[in-house]
Design a protein around this ligand. Structure first.
Ligand SMILES: NC(=O)c1ccc[n+]([C@@H]2O[C@H](COP(=O)([O-])OP(=O)(O)OC[C@H]3O[C@@H](n4cnc5c(N)ncnc54)[C@H](O)[C@@H]3O)[C@@H](O)[C@H]2O)c1
Ligand SMILES: O=c1ccn([C@@H]2O[C@H](COP(=O)(O)OP(=O)(O)O[C@H]3O[C@H](CO)[C@@H](O)[C@H](O)[C@H]3O)[C@@H](O)[C@H]2O)c(=O)[nH]1
Length: 432
């Protein structure tokens, strides 16, 4: 099939390549010219497992092109995916400006029947809203249908998830469009759920908010564990053996970040407000997370009342391992608090030091993990990068002024830490 994908971010790029790999002809339209140049040269603009190989395979097969020529994208395609950003506004509501811009732009080029598929995460009612907007802009009713098809991929596992998703959700109000989208997805052999556009739109927010709530629940429990001497990992394991609960998303730590959970939980609350539904559980999940992400700072300040002029090491800047994304990463909130208290930050991340410099231009980013530990009074682990598991703790002890670790991702074993005689704090597994 001939497909146009608008936006070459995490979702648009993976969607383009996945459909191209399945033998479709894909035109990916992106407004960032630098991104287009990179992509057409086979250079991935983001870090994602297997992306370079898949990108080059699809370019070599000539199944995908990257361009800023929207007219070409629309006129040469039957199905048009919208995969642009829908960030949070200051009040938590969804910023629809990128969607509005795309809809207005595509309305100029629709001269024959097209299926517009909304892949971005958008509030309930957006499918109807996009239809209205297109009609208002003079596109003939016979020339389009709009489908809601939210995306569930995780960063770091984006390609795997696209090909092995748990479900594909399709919200439709036209049999003709439904049949074409079903045909497009059939080769993926993933369970498809056909429903109304409103239900499809809400499934996305429900999934992310439920997972975020699960994380905040285990984190509150972890904080209690630290007080009563219980072990959160054992509790999570026992909980997870009950298959009504499932073991996934029960890893305690310094909370959730990323481009989705923080924004989508806030968006669900805003959507609820519009219909007088007060999402108290989701509000609490956000509140718990806001406290949890700066917990290491409280632990540090309990030990040292004054950290002014003292060096603190931050290991890991991304919101989770295997991505270069720092959006809403707990590390950002920890660094902000530490700077407020006058601490000197030294940080290390295998992927994201350039990104963090855009937020904190003056912090000291080290190319080497061990350099970031020199003369430090505390190391805070913010990301569960594999590289941190193999830290030589003897070297760490010689580099740091006072060996203290706050393990925000519970990557170390308490017993092991005892052997090394390091002042160690976990999230819900006790401290030494
Ligand atoms: N990142 C994820 O893991 C993920 C997963 C599932 C769903 N989502 C949702 O998918 C949507 C996209 O997320 P993302 O992370 O890929 O965003 P992103 O910010 O990484 O990418 C969006 C891209 O769209 C481009 N763009 C914006 N307006 C454009 C226009 N008018 N024409 C052409 N290109 C345009 C931007 O330049 C950018 O490259 C969001 O709604 C998000 O909530 C994201
Ligand atoms: O047990 C857990 C699991 C995750 N996290 C944290 O939760 C955040 C989000 O993790 P993850 O869900 O793996 O990352 P995302 O790439 O943000 O993916 C989520 O957000 C996407 C965007 O909407 C959805 O498509 C995915 O299904 C959904 O998992 C990260 O900060 C993790 O460290 C925990 O603290 N404990």
């Amino acid at each position: 099939m001939n497909i146009c994908v608008i936006g070459a971010g995490y979702v648009g790029l993976i969607t383009s390549l996945a459909f191209a790999k399945m033998g479709n002809h894909v035109i990916c339209v992106e407004k960032n010219i630098k991104k287009i140049h990179k992509l057409n040269k086979g250079i991935p603009p983001i870090f994602e497992e297997g992306l370079k190989e898949l990108l080059n395979e699809c370019l070599n097969n000539k199944n995908v092109i990257f361009t800023n020529n929207l007219k070409k994208g629309i006129t040469q395609s039957d199905i048009i995916f919208i995969a642009v950003g829908t960030p949070s506004k200051d009040d938590g509501d969804v910023d629809m400006s990128q969607i509005n811009e795309v809809v207005s732009q595509i309305s100029n080029f629709i001269q024959s029947y097209k299926i517009i598929v909304n892949k971005s995460t958008v509030p309930v009612g957006t499918q109807k809203y996009v239809k209205k907007l297109l009609l208002k802009m003079g596109v003939s009713k016979e020339n389009f249908d709009v489908i809601s098809n939210p995306e569930f991929l995780r960063e770091g596992k984006a390609i795997y998830d696209f090909f092995n998703g748990d479900r594909i959700v399709i919200g439709f109000d036209s049999e003709k469009a439904k049949k074409m989208i079903e045909k497009l997805y059939e080769p993926f052999k993933i369970k498809m759920i056909f429903t109304t556009p409103e239900t499809a739109e809400l499934i996305k927010y429900a999934s992310n908010s439920f997972l975020a709530t699960k994380i905040s629940f285990i984190n509150e429990l972890a904080n209690l564990c630290n007080k009563v001497g219980a072990n959160i990992d054992t509790i999570a394991y026992a909980l997870g053996l009950d298959n009504r609960i499932s073991p996934k998303f029960l890893k305690a730590g310094i909370g959730f970040g990323g481009s989705c959970f923080p924004k989508d939980t806030k968006a669900l609350i805003k959507i609820g407000e519009k219909y007088e539904c007060d999402f108290q559980i989701v509000k609490s999940a956000i509140k718990v997370n806001e406290n949890q992400r700066i917990l290491p700072v409280h632990i540090l300040l309990e030990k040292y009342k004054d950290i002014k002029g003292k060096i603190v090491s931050i290991l890991g800047l991304t919101f989770k391992a295997n991505t270069d994304d720092i959006r809403e990463s707990p590390s950002i909130y920890i660094i902000k608090e530490l700077i407020k208290k006058g601490a000197i930050i030294k940080c290390y991340d295998p992927m994201a030091t350039n990104e963090i410099k855009k937020i904190f231009p003056y912090i000291n980013c080290c190319d080497n993990l061990y350099d970031s530990l020199i003369d430090s009074i505390c190391t805070i682990i913010c990301t569960d990068w594999d590289e941190f598991l193999t830290i030589d703790l003897n070297i760490l002890k010689t580099k740091m002024k006072i060996p203290m670790i706050i393990d925000g991702r519970n990557i170390f074993d308490l017993e092991k830490m005892k052997e090394y005689n390091i002042n160690y704090y976990s999230i819900g597994k006790g401290s030494i």
